[in-house]
Design a protein around this ligand. Structure first.
Ligand code: XIL
Length: 385
């Protein structure tokens, strides 16, 4: 029999245990100690408790938001028609698994059925009627889940990138005060729920400055607003980390928390005129715009891994200002980026592959969140890609 040195056995036992320990660690156990860590879920995930996706969400995250089923288009597709079953199931799913449950979203220019803005003859309703409908809509939805939703995205995407107000039907018909009315009505319906403003391209200075002015204005009027959601549909070259960094500081300086509310990474080529996250924008599929349909080479994967690390380092540095980081999909298979802005592509948008296995960068992120911050402090603002 071969002689095996005791110390080498001991070493391999230690390495194995250490390896198991690393493997068992989840985002919720590590990153989740610094701020909430969540993901958006679709109805299929909620309704299939035996699925890998369902188990993965319960395992990795401590916060959930509904990707679609709480939007006005689904809750109230026609006047007087309510469709609660999917939203009810989503809230029960979050509660059953001890997760923070987030409501998305009350007032938005998109995914709201047309009936909200028109009368029986198809003509736009008056300011008074739309305020009444908004009040009644918010009271009904927020009231139904009173005490069960930790926080609501009250208003979504109300500003253009140049800082002007988006000319949505809410803005055109009601006027500038529709945002404060929405926050007032939401607070009335559930005084304990946190209330958020949410938007994309939030590292564009003109945009976040306008949002910050709006937040300060709401606060001056004594209205409740707890956080601003930076959607963070990020890419490999945008946003610039220095702008993103400053945006977080600027939002926090208004006295609210920052939420990274819809995080994903679009690594696919862009059609030339594309930017932002306007959900109605679409382009035609071509194979050149879908380069990873059959898999991805190691160099590209590493490049993407570096970008993820840069974001998570920034979040770690801003941990005191950040209340939550939420991915906009449970894994790559679920990402809306498979079908937006070009249908039928193969997105690599999250930290988990199509079978919900963590990508290799997850280990690095976990290490970063367990390590002492002094190791990383010089990286701030220097890695600006
Ligand atoms: C997206 C969903 O992921 C898609 O399934 C749906 O078809 C369109 O909306 N900003 C938001 C989210 O606030 O609600 C959007 O979600 C993505 C952009």
């Amino acid at each position: 029999m071969k002689k095996v040195h005791v110390s080498s056995i001991l070493l391999s036992v230690i390495l194995t245990l250490w390896g198991c320990n690393m493997q068992a660690q989840t985002l919720s156990e590590t990153v989740g100690q610094h701020f909430r860590i969540g993901c958006a879920v679709n109805n299929t995930i909620v309704q299939n408790p035996q699925s890998a996706a369902h188990k993965h969400v319960c395992n990795q995250f401590n916060s959930v938001v509904a990707e679609n089923c709480m939007k006005a288009q689904f809750l109230s597709p026609a006047e007087g028609v309510w469709n609660w079953s999917e939203a009810d199931a989503f809230v029960a799913f979050g509660e059953r698994n001890g997760m923070q449950v987030i409501g998305h979203c009350l007032i938005w220019h998109s995914q709201t059925a047309d009936w909200m803005f028109v009368d029986q003859d198809g003509k736009e309703v008056s300011r008074e009627i739309l305020i009444q409908r908004m009040h009644w809509y918010i009271r009904t939805v927020v009231g139904r889940y009173k005490g069960r939703i930790a926080g609501w995205d009250v208003c979504n995407e109300c500003f253009e990138d140049d800082g002007t107000r988006r000319q949505s039907p809410w803005q055109r018909i009601i006027g500038d005060d529709y945002i404060e009315l929405a926050f007032r009505f939401a607070h009335e319906a559930d005084p304990d729920a946190e209330l958020y403003y949410n938007d994309y391209s939030m590292s564009v200075p003109a945009k976040y400055e306008a949002v910050c002015r709006m937040v300060s204005d709401l606060k001056k009027k004594g209205l409740r607003i707890d956080a601003v959601g930076m959607q963070s549909h990020n890419g490999l070259t945008w946003p610039k980390l220095s702008n993103y960094d400053r945006a977080i500081d600027a939002i926090a300086a208004t006295g609210v928390k920052v939420i990274i509310s819809e995080l994903d990474l679009n690594v696919l080529p862009n059609p030339d005129t594309f930017s932002g996250a306007e959900v109605t924008q679409f382009y035609e599929y071509t194979p050149e715009l879908d380069p990873y349909a059959k898999g991805m080479d190691r160099t590209t994967e590493d490049l993407i891994g570096e970008r993820w690390q840069a974001f998570f380092l920034l979040y770690r540095q801003h941990a005191e200002q950040i209340a939550r980081v939420t991915f906009w999909a449970a894994g790559d298979a679920d990402s809306w980026l498979n079908d937006w802005p070009i249908p039928g592509r193969h997105a690599y948008a999250t930290l988990f592959d199509r079978d919900y296995n963590p990508k290799s960068v997850v280990k690095e992120i976990i290490k970063m969140y367990e390590g002492q911050m002094y190791r990383y402090r010089y990286v701030r603002r220097t890695k600006d890609k």
